[in-house]
Write a protein that binds this ligand. Structure first.
Ligand SMILES: Cc1ncc(COP(=O)(O)O)c(C=O)c1O
Length: 392
C-alpha cells in the first residue's frame, strides 16, 4: 500500500485532531519574537490555520507528509485505555531512547517536542544577559533565546556556499567566553538544509572552553546521507558538555503530538530538569514514540521517498535556471531573486503554503518536501509564478 492511501491513518488522525486540537503547541511556538517580523509559530504557519487548511499543500513547516506508521498508530490506539490516568505506564520511552543511544535514563530529557528541550536549555543556561552564539540564519531558536531570556544573540553570518563558518563561531565564542551561556548549532542547518562537517564540530568542541555548553540540534538527522556528517551523540559518551536534541516531529511524523528529547551528561540534564514541565506529555505519544524507534523500516521508507521527491523537484528547478542550495534534509532553498514573502503570497493564492522569509536570505524561498503529488502541484504553481525563469 502506498503511504498516502491509508484510510486507517486518516480515521485515526481525524480522531486525534478532534481530541487534541491546538493544545499541543510548544511554549516556544507560542511566543512571538520579532526582529524579523516572524510569524507566531516557528515555521511559517500563521496564528490559527488558514480557512482552507485541509485543501492546502503544506510545504512550510518541514513536516512529514505521510503521517505516522501503522505500528505507531496501533501502539497509540491501544493506549487510549490509559487516557483517564495520571500515572499511566509510559511504554518505557526513556529506556528505549537511552538504549538507542547507548546512554542511561539519567542522560535523557523528554520534552513536548524538542522545542521544549530547547526552551529548557534557554532557561537553564541563559539567565539574564548571558550570550548565545549561533549562525544567521538558523532555526530561530537562537533569536528566541535572546528574546525570551534577554540573553544576547551573537550571530555569525554564513560563509561561502552557505556553509557554517566554524572558525568565526569559535573566535566569537572565545572572545566572549566569560559571558557565553550557550553555543547553538543546528546540524543539518535549518533553513539552508546543508550539514556542518564532522571535523568542524570536533574543532569547535576542542577549541572553546569546555565548560561552555554546546547545543547540537539534530532535528533533521534522519534525512542525511552525506559522509561529511555525523551525529554528535558520541561526544556525550566522551564526557563533553554537549546537549544533542532530536525530535519525533519529522521522520516519525508526530509533530502534532509533541515529543522530542535531549541527550547530555547527567549534570547537564539535572540543570534542565527543574525548568521543564515534564508531565506535559501525553500517554499516546510516549507509546507512539517507542513504536516509532522500533520501526526502522518506516524510517528508511520515508527517507527514500523524501530523497526521491527532493531530487526530482530540485532537478526540475535547476533545469529552469534557478540556483539551489544542495540539501540533506526534508526541505531545500531556492533563489527566487524576488522577495520570498511576496512569492509565498503567490503560492498561497494557489493553496500552497511555503516557508516564510529567512533574513538576511530575503530572496531565498524555503520549500519543504511533500508527497509526490504535493511536489507536482508545487512545480505547476512555480512555473505559473515564474513563467520565464529567474529574473536576470
Ligand atoms: C531545527 C529545528 N529544531 C527544532 C524544531 C522543533 O521541533 P519540535 O518541537 O517539533 O520537536 C524544529 C521544527 O521545525 C526545527 O526545525
Amino acid at each position: 500500500m502506498r503511504l498516502e492511501d491509508n484510510p486507517g491513518r486518516r480515521r485515526f488522525m481525524s480522531t486525534l485532531a478532534a481530541v487534541f486540537g491546538a493544545a499541543n503547541l510548544a511554549p516556544l511556538e507560542l511566543r512571538a519574537r520579532d526582529p524579523f517580523q516572524a510569524p507566531a509559530t516557528p515555521e511559517g504557519v500563521p496564528d490559527g490555520p488558514p480557512p482552507d487548511y485541509d485543501k492546502m499543500v503544506k510545504l512550510a513547516a518541514n513536516e512529514n507528509p505521510y503521517g505516522p506508521s501503522e505500528a505507531v498508530m496501533e501502539a497509540m490506539t491501544e493506549v487510549w485505555k490509559y487516557a483517564n490516568r495520571y500515572f499511566y505506564p509510559d511504554g518505557g520511552i526513556v529506556q528505549s531512547i537511552a538504549d538507542l543511544h547507548g546512554v542511561k535514563p539519567e542522560n535523557v530529557l523528554l520534552g513536548a517536542g524538542s522545542a521544549e528541550v530547547l526552551k529548557a536549555a534557554d532557561d537553564a543556561f541563559l539567565p539574564d544577559h548571558r550570550k548565545v552564539v549561533g549562525v544567521d540564519p538558523t532555526f530561530e531558536t537562537v533569536y528566541r533565546f535572546a528574546t525570551n531570556s534577554q540573553a544576547q544573540a551573537l550571530t555569525v553570518s554564513l560563509g561561502k556556499d552557505f556553509a557554517v563558518d566554524m572558525k568565526e563561531i569559535i573566535r566569537v565564542t572565545k572572545l566572549n567566553a566569560r559571558d557565553v551561556g550557550l553555543v547553538y548549532i543546528c546540524n543539518p542547518n535549518n533553513p539552508t538544509g546543508n550539514v556542518i562537517q564532522k571535523d568542524d564540530i570536533r574543532l569547535l568542541l576542542d577549541s572553546i572552553p569546555e565548560e561552555i555548553p554546546v547545543l547540537i540540534d539534530e532535528a533533521y538527522h534522519h534525512f542525511v546521507d552525506s559522509p561529511d556528517y555525523e551525529s554528535s551523540m558520541k561526544y556525550v559518551a566522551e564526557g563533553r558538555k554537549v546537549l544533542v536534541t532530536r525530535t519525533f516531529s519529522k521522520i516519525a511524523a508526530l509533530a502534532g503530538m509533541r515529543l522530542g528529547y535531549g541527550i547530555a551528561l547527567k549534570e547537564v540534564i539535572q540543570q534542565m530538569r527543574p525548568v521543564i514541565y515534564g508531565s506535559g506529555l501525553n500517554a499516546l505519544v510516549k507509546y507512539g514514540g517507542v513504536a516509532a524507534l522500533k520501526d526502522t523500516r518506516y524510517e528508511a521508507k520515508v527517507k527514500e521517498l523524501n530523497r526521491q521527491n527532493r531530487e526530482k523537484t530540485m532537478t526540475a528547478l535547476k533545469s529552469m535556471g534557478f540556483e539551489l542550495i544542495p540539501s540533506q534534509t526534508n526541505f531545500f532553498m531556492v533563489n527566487v531573486k524576488r522577495d520570498a514573502a511576496q512569492v509565498g503570497d503567490e503560492f498561497r493564492k494557489r493553496n500552497i503554503l511555503v516557508g516564510r522569509k529567512f533574513p538576511p536570505m530575503n530572496e531565498w524561498l524555503r520549500v519543504s518536501i511533500g508527497s509526490a503529488s504535493d511536489m507536482e502541484r508545487f512545480l505547476k504553481a512555480f512555473k505559473e509564478i515564474f513563467p520565464s525563469g529567474p529574473a536576470a
